[in-house]
Write a protein that binds this ligand. Structure first.
Ligand code: AMP
Ligand code: ZN
Length: 468
């Protein structure tokens, strides 16, 4: 990895591409909205998480030190955007005969398991809304003190008229629609159609399974407050990149900005990035629409999670992707060909990788990643590098190993095979030693690992290892 390269990203906020500038040079604070855990996730959700994983890997590959925070929405998600209707988790509990807590835990675990199969790097912090109720209450209190909230019979609401910049993320045309009340029905007690609940009171006639005491009465947090509160808790009041699917632009992220910026008076996020939808039969794949597919449904038809990951890589994240079995079949064929080739090179390629053309391919690949994550372009570069005679086999292997740190397809098995517990323990100790700046200990551990055939290398993202 050479010196860090400029990275250009499309920012929903400015509706344009610009070079990434971060609060701290070389470091990126990244927040990605996690799932609502009242049901299985569908492959549409995973398209967004694959995009975010490629972003994280790409930033790391291009020399940035990424700190990734993702939330788990395990409370208080209502069935409609209008802050009315029933709670999805409590509905899920009624449907399955489990408690709301058990439902949330069950689907959180399925999400973690699926994520592993898709080679999604685990976030540095995976934070549950229910573990951060005090932070959410504190943020609401700040908003209350500054006069941004009002009380109705069912909760505490955010007055969007008080925040001059409300709706800046979605642009003027959308904003007018929302003001006119096109988006949500106007509850008689709401001052503006776009106002939203930050705290909801528990119903008087029904005991909720998830509820907390607050200065305003027993209840639960609104839809959006958890992300503003947890993002600021872990990444600071202003941080670098915040992502989600495009459906989050007009409501969820718009409201996150309103809450955070009203409370702090500072810009919340520099770059907002949104992944386009996976479509099924020309419509957004959605949990509520019935016709949705899980990873397990793909596996039943003989497709691995990584076949699906490959399919995601073939489309730019800002373009819609039509799901079809034919497209998935095509992705599977290409991915298996790539992976077979990688295996062959891994076992047979000999000699040094010092092919003068290697640097050219690497540069081209880096350029595609740095250009707003042009993964179709990056994949095309990979296929070009594998053409007979394009590079020596050793150089092809070196190139694929590098490219796969972004593609995340697990192409080079030997390098991605797990280590024994003993060796892993040495690696962990060494990481700790480096954190403690105990370089003498870290060097000794490096030597021990080398004797056991594991070569350790320090990168901006921490230590990396390969087998000798
Ligand atoms: P949710 O659990 O509904 O908050 O969704 C989790 C993530 O998946 C969010 O970032 C959504 O924007 C995203 N998402 C939902 N449906 C789709 C879809 N059909 N294609 C791509 N991303 C989606
Ligand atoms: Zn969020």
């Amino acid at each position: 990895m050479g010196p860090s390269m400029e990275i250009t990203l499309f920012n929903t906020l400015t509706r344009s591409k610009a070079p990434l500038q971060t609060v701290a040079p070389g470091k990126v604070g990244l927040y990605t909205c996690g799932p609502t855990v009242y049901n299985y996730l569908h492959v549409g959700n995973y398209r967004t998480y694959v995009f975010e994983d490629v972003l994280r890997r790409g930033l790391g590959y291009l020399g940035r030190d990424v700190y990734h925070v993702m939330n788990i929405t395990d409370v208080g998600h209502l069935t409609s955007d209008a802050d009315t209707g029933e709670d999805k988790l409590e509905l899920g509990a009624a449907r399955t005969g489990k408690t709301a807590w058990e439902v949330a835990e069950f689907y959180t675990q399925t999400f973690v398991a699926d994520s592993k199969q898709l080679n999604l790097l685990p976030p540095h912090v995976l934070c549950r809304a229910t573990d951060h109720i005090p932070e959410q209450i504190e943020l609401i209190q700040k908003l209350e003190k500054k006069g941004f909230t009002y009380r109705t019979s069912d909760g505490i609401y955010y007055d969007t008229d008080k925040f001059a910049d409300y709706g800046k993320l979605m642009g003027a045309s959308h904003k007018e629609g929302i003001k006119a009340g096109a988006r949500v029905e106007l509850s008689p007690e709401k001052r503006n159609p776009s106002d939203f609940a930050v705290w909801k009171f528990s119903p008087k006639d029904k005991k909720r399974q998830m509820e907390w005491d607050s200065p305003w009465g027993k209840g639960f947090p609104g839809w959006h407050i958890e992300c503003s509160a947890m993002a600021m808790r872990y990444l600071g009041e202003t941080f670098d990149i915040h992502c989600g699917g495009v459906d989050h632009v007009t409501i969820h992220h718009t409201n996150e900005i309103a809450q955070a910026e009203a409370a702090t008076g500072k810009p919340f996020v520099s770059v907002w990035m949104h992944g386009e939808f996976l479509l099924m039969n020309k419509a957004k794949m959605a949990k509520s629409a019935g016709g949705f597919l899980r990873l397990a449904d793909l596996e039943e038809k003989g497709f691995s999670p990584l076949d699906y990951r490959y399919l995601c890589l073939t489309a730019h994240y800002r373009k819609q992707l039509d799901f079809s079995w034919e497209a998935l079949e095509g992705a599977k064929t290409a991915f298996r060909k790539l992976s077979d080739r990688a295996q062959m090179l891994d076992s047979e390629a000999k000699g040094g990788a010092s092919d003068p053309k290697l640097a050219e391919f690497v540069e081209r690949f880096r350029g595609r990643v740095a250009d707003d994550l042009d993964m179709p372009g990056a994949l095309a570069t990979v296929w070009d590098a594998l053409k007979p005679g394009a590079l020596s086999e050793a150089a092809q292997l070196a190139f694929l190993t590098e490219a796969d740190s972004v593609l995340g397809l697990g192409l080079i098995k030997a390098a991605s095979d797990g280590l024994s517990a003993d060796l892993q323990a040495l690696l962990d100790q060494r990481a700790q030693a480096r954190t403690n700046k105990d370089f003498k200990a870290s060097d000794e551990l490096r030597q021990k690992l080398a004797q056991a055939g594991v070569l350790v290398e320090d990168t901006a993202q921490g230590q990396r290892w390969v087998r000798r």
